[in-house]
Design a protein around this ligand. Structure first.
Ligand SMILES: [Zn+2]
Length: 238
């Protein structure tokens, strides 16, 4: 066990200008962690899910193409996603650092990302893997409830709504996603493991991979990640 000789120096609002990827299985809490980290460290939050929804709702050309796949319940092809990502990386807020969640999902996407960043003379500093045990993932995902109107997430045990099966925010009806059933979760995890093993190796070979246990509650995990980023910054000061 490593003993910390000094307290973490990163405080809310500190600027660190780093490019970070969050990796982890479904249920690891990537989305929540990325959002909080981006706010606390003044980084742009890039979520491919958000980019897809934004393009679709604005009706951009890429968004319309993506919508056709989404409406069919099919996966949006890599080429479309990477085109949207390239557009996102041309926006000015990227210059002061970003945190990427939900992408890359496989080795092909990782290579695409490397290319897109290279064209802009950028590279990834850290890849943080949210290591989460299967039992925790099943417990988190199988209890998840989603609002049918606004999309807010609740949890049967960890974050129950005030009124049974009703959204606190908009009064919408809550439901369980069909892919959040235990047997489906296990299948999703298997797919994830297969897809991500090459990804993990890719970043390990570049000495960019850092692992954090994400079994604890979100605030504890966030603190551990910030500590890791802080240590990285400290040892890479020029
Ligand atoms: Zn709602």
């Amino acid at each position: 066990m490593k003993v910390l000789l000094r307290p973490a120096v990163l405080k809310a609002g500190d600027k660190i200008n780093m490019r970070i990827i969050l990796l982890g299985p479904p249920g690891a809490g990537k989305g929540t962690q990325a959002k909080t980290l981006a706010e606390r460290l003044n980084l742009a939050h890039i979520s491919t899910g958000d980019i897809l929804r934004e393009n679709a709702s604005k009706g951009t050309q890429l968004g319309q193409q993506a919508k056709e796949y989404m409406n069919k319940g099919a996966l949006v092809p890599d080429t479309l996603v990477s085109q949207m990502l390239t557009q996102r990386f041309s926006q000015p807020d990227i210059q002061s650092g970003f945190i990427l969640d939900g992408y890359p999902r496989n080795i092909n996407q990782a290579e695409t990302l490397d290319d897109v960043l290279k064209q802009r003379n950028m590279g990834i500093d850290m890849v943080i893997y949210l290591d989460t045990s299967e039992s925790v993932i099943i417990q988190r995902l199988s209890g998840r409830l989603v609002c049918s109107l606004c999309g807010r997430n609740f949890h049967i045990k960890n974050m129950p709504p005030e009124k049974e099966m009703t959204c606190d925010d908009c009064g919408g009806r809550l439901y369980q996603r069909t892919d959040d059933k235990e047997e489906t979760i296990k299948k999703r995890l298997e797919v994830y493991k297969k897809e991500s093993s090459g990804l993990v190796q890719h970043y390990q070979e570049k000495s960019k991979l850092f692992s954090v246990s994400a079994d604890q509650e979100a605030p504890m995990v966030i603190n551990k990640i910030i500590q890791l980023i802080d240590e990285y910054n400290d040892s890479h000061k020029k």
